[in-house]
Design a protein. Sequence first.
Length: 232
Amino acid sequence: MSYLKQTINNKSIIKKFSHRKRFKVATKLFNLKANESILDYGTGNGYLLITLAELYPESNIYGYEPIDSMFKELQVEIINSGLKNIQVVDNLEEVGNMSFDFVSCFEVLEHFSDSTLQNHILAIKNLVSNTGEIVISVPIETGLSSIFKNSVRFFVKQQHGNSSFKNIIRSVFSLPINRNDTEYINSHIGFNYKNLEQVFKNERLQLKSKHYSPFKFLYGMLNSQVFYCLKK
């Protein structure tokens, strides 16, 4: 299934609403000036890149996507967009020693074990300039959000791996779940966004603000995503 069909064009009305809302929240967190740059880390098919390139035609938009099949889809989308201020890479060495005014990372870090996740945070930190800003979003998979999300996944037949009744109950109470220390974890089950906040502290990243989607004032109780705005 393509990235668009998994997200903003999902056959589930609820999932479609959730993903479209998170992209709206995301774009409001940036205010790029002429000649400023942004790198989207793990950009998928480039939907965010295209949105930002249209909003900020005088800015420099970069996307990094290491998964080969996704990168091929990304290249097609960027070519079809006809936009000239977007560059995409599948290897971070291709951006060399560049530092960016913004680095974004949306719906990526939940796919990694704690040890690998920390390495990605360090890589992101090294890519942003000393005065720049990091914007990260991850799904909320604990508490009431876990019950609601997994119920929707069940009814639309898009369950995540490892979504046993036992693990869903553990997710509700934020209890640890064995996610296997593999290179890439497809399932969101067992991911706890609060653990990520400790990684930010370990890497001495300053939390500037926190935002939730799709419902601004429900915080972590019944939302799909949480956004973090960070600085060095």
